[in-house]
Design a binder for this molecule. Structure first.
Ligand code: MEV
Length: 426
């Protein structure tokens, strides 16, 4: 075993096998751990090696299904990849409650993404602005030359927006290039277009362009979805009142709004991951959108209808694609899209918004009623019992006792197991 260090270069040039060999000279892996690293699951080694740098293995997460979803009168089974217990069951439950009143109603999500071009060192902001406006057509033409197929299919660069910002390094113009990316997430295409038009932007403004990159605050790609949740199925008037109070709490308090939105993202990110989309883009966009009014606010809103049912609404930017990136490369992402039966990025975003809303209602209902820990703990305690070495035929018994005594711990599971084995009647 060599002395441990992290000064390693050229790791990427090695085969996965040789990377593992090199690593085992530095880290004392057991035989079991070595086998674990080598288990690539459904990935072929050359396939996974092309996805990121320095790959040594693959990392699995549970892939579950949420049921009962009806969005715009179509039924959906929603794949979710998430490590947290209760989330999938909670989404299915809320979807069932919404179903009674027709399910979810999502608006069309136009797949417009934009890149930002940062123009600095401008002598005259006004004339630069005017020049950009005058050259809009040529800028769009250069942009569209980068992806003729997108253009042919009805997408492509469509418009520009010109913003001025004050910075510590002086005034800058930020040019937004708006692109209809059709069924893609779109970052690649808008980045390519931004880079392609930048020399022309410098030429016509006389400024210097630095950054040319997508904005993950996809403000032109906001999904809006509504649903009515039956008051009786939610648990009655008091629970509904609890949900309304929870909403007002989140409206007034960013500390609560953050957790409120975290619950929404439990659903949206699980679907984002299942379909091979970029979770970081969705997360950063959603949270920035939540703060656009100057205070971090909840992404959902609630009110009552005339019968006292809960009417929920969500608005969240969702840059989700069904082509490009990992969506068609990852075997489970492909399967997820097949299960979903969505035909466009627009449809995927509509379903994702419904899932986010369902997840939020489910969390608020549980918080207003029995609390969140009961559901969480049921699954968690099974894992704890397993960890404690409880045999499968006794897991139910040990879990029940841990739950009754509200002591979900490995040492307590062991203690219960010992008592059962000694013949004690629990
Ligand atoms: C836990 O993953 C999510 C919740 O905390 C969301 C919420 O508090 O609304 C339950």
């Amino acid at each position: 075993m060599k002395k441990f260090h992290s000064d390693i270069s050229g790791f990427y040039k090695l085969s996965i096998e040789d990377r593992i060999k090199l690593l085992t000279e530095l880290i004392d892996f057991t035989e079991e751990e070595k086998e674990l690293i080598k288990t690539l699951g459904y990935f072929k080694s050359d396939q996974i090696d092309r996805l990121i740098e320095n790959v040594i293995g693959s990392y699995q997460l549970p892939f579950g299904l949420a049921f009962n979803f009806k969005v715009n009168d179509r039924d959906y089974i929603i794949p979710m990849v998430i490590e947290e217990p209760s989330v999938v069951a909670a989404a299915s439950k809320a979807a069932k409650i919404a179903r009674k009143h027709g399910g979810f109603h999502s608006e069309n999500v136009k797949p417009i993404m934009f890149s930002q071009i940062q123009i600095t060192n401008l002598e005259n902001i006004e004339s630069a602005r005017k020049a950009l406006k005058e050259h809009k057509d040529i800028l769009l033409k250069i942009a569209n030359e980068q992806d003729p197929l997108l253009n042919k299919l009805g997408g492509g660069a469509q418009d520009i927006e010109i913003r001025e910002i004050q910075t510590n390094k002086g005034e800058m113009i930020i040019l937004h290039l708006l692109v209809n990316v059709l069924d893609a997430m779109g970052a690649n295409v808008v980045n390519t277009m931004a880079e392609a038009i930048s020399p022309k932007v410098e030429e016509i403004t006389g400024g210097i362009v630095y950054l040319r990159i997508v904005s993950n605050l996809a403000i032109h790609r906001v999904a809006k979805c509504k649903a009515t949740f039956d008051k009786e199925m939610l648990g009655g008037k008091n629970i509904v009142e609890g949900i309304l109070n929870a909403f007002e709490f989140a409206q007034a308090d960013p500390f609560r709004a953050t957790t409120h939105n975290k619950g929404i993202m439990n659903g949206i990110i699980a679907l984002t991951l299942a379909t091979g989309n970029d979770t970081r883009a969705i997360e950063s966009g959603a949270h920035a959108f939540a703060s656009l009014k100057g205070q971090y606010l909840p992404l959902t809103k609630y009110k009552l209808d005339d019968e006292g049912n809960l009417v929920g609404e969500i608005e969240v930017p969702l840059a989700l694609g069904i082509i490009g990136g990992m969506t068609k490369i990852h075997p489970m992402a492909r399967l997820a899209l097949k299960i979903l039966k969505v035909e466009s990025a627009n449809e995927l975003s509509q379903v994702a918004a419904a899932l986010g809303l369902a997840q939020n209602v489910a969390a608020l209902r549980a918080l207003a009623a029995e609390g969140i820990q009961k559901g969480h703990m049921a699954l968690h305690s099974r894992n704890i019992a397993k960890l404690a070495g409880v045999p499968d035929n006794l897991i139910g018994k040990v879990v029940k006792k841990m739950m009754e005594d509200k002591k979900i711990r490995v040492d307590y599971a062991k203690e219960i197991l010992k008592k059962i084995e000694e013949g004690e009647n629990l």
